[in-house]
Design a protein around this ligand. Structure first.
Ligand code: ADP
Ligand code: MG
Length: 276
């Protein structure tokens, strides 16, 4: 999958659009402690529209804590949150959703006994109210259109979720997250439980999200997947952002080095600027 979006790094420079455009979402100086554990220490994080950021790090590095902070599940002990350049207050998942920040967790939270259409509209009664009384025909048409646009390979929008493969379920969960007003989507280990073909489908989907102009953040243990789909790679280690890579200019050894702490190379840490 080489359809990596050229984010125009002039002169082969590695600087990520800085000065040309602002991140759609940016967190600055985020710290979060759980009892004796400093899960995040002064972490900056940013994502641009039409960009896929791979968020990587060893177990316990703070990836999930950062995602949950972004999505309003956790409140940081300190730090600032900006959306479209404005300082915002995100004190609940509802606040994040209102901004257009959607998170797909590993459990996917789908209802096995319901079909695709019902799952897409679950908990979205308000968003669907433009359709008048929940109009089954309109709901099904919208579901078909979005599923088709995103290329989710399912037999029918009337198939029950419980009959589907892991890749199809992931596709439906992502579709539900982005079909309303999403601007940024956070995916926590979207390919962890998937085989080769399904992983490919999910990676294709991630590329399509980027093409639609979303900012996409993907947590993954699989560096090959991260290299396939991301534009930048941000490395957390022991709660700190220790490195940032421009994916096309990096190699897996460098990223592994940053993850394990074996390499203290040129990879810049806590900023929106890639390695110099
Ligand atoms: N709810 C929690 N209560 C206590 N400690 C936590 C909690 N969540 C995470 N931690 C700790 O914070 C650190 C970062 O965890 P986490 O964000 O889950 O890392 P990752 O997702 O990168 O594996 C770990 O040491 C973990 O044990
Ligand atoms: Mg985690």
């Amino acid at each position: 999958m080489k359809a990596r979006r050229a984010l125009a790094l002039p002169g082969g420079g590695l600087r990520m659009s800085e000065g040309q455009r602002a991140p759609i979402m940016e967190l600055r100086g985020i710290s979060k402690r759980f009892g004796a554990v400093q899960a995040l220490s002064d972490v900056n994080f940013e994502v641009y529209t039409g960009e896929v950021v791979g968020l990587v790090g060893d177990n316990g590095a703070g990836k999930s804590t950062l995602i949950k902070t972004i999505s309003g599940v956790y409140q940081p002990d300190s730090g600032e949150y900006f959306f479209e350049g404005r300082r915002v207050s995100v004190t609940s998942p509802r606040d994040a959703t209102a901004l257009g920040i959607e998170t797909v967790y590993q459990d996917l939270a789908l209802c096995d006994n319901l079909d695709v259409v019902a799952n897409l509209y679950l908990g979205r009664e308000k968003a669907a109210s433009g359709l008048g009384v929940l109009d089954e025909v309109a709901m099904e048409q919208t579901a078909k259109r979005v599923i088709g646009e995103l290329g989710i390979p399912i037999p029918s929008v009337r198939s029950q979720i419980g009959t589907m493969s892991g890749g199809q379920r992931q596709g439906v969960a992502v579709t539900r997250a982005v079909m309303w007003t999403a601007r940024v989507v956070l995916l926590d280990e979207p390919t962890a439980a998937l085989g080769v073909t399904q992983t490919r489908q999910v990676k294709d989907l991630i590329v399509r999200l980027r093409e639609r102009g979303l900012g996409v953040v993907v947590i993954s243990h699989n560096l090959a997947d991260v290299f396939d789909v991301s534009d930048r790679i941000i490395v957390l280690r022991l709660g700190r952002r220790v490195a940032t890579f421009d994916t096309h200019a990096a190699n897996p050894e460098q990223v592994v080095g940053a993850i394990t702490g074996a390499v203290f190379g040129s990879a810049g840490g806590n900023g929106p600027v890639a390695m110099a």
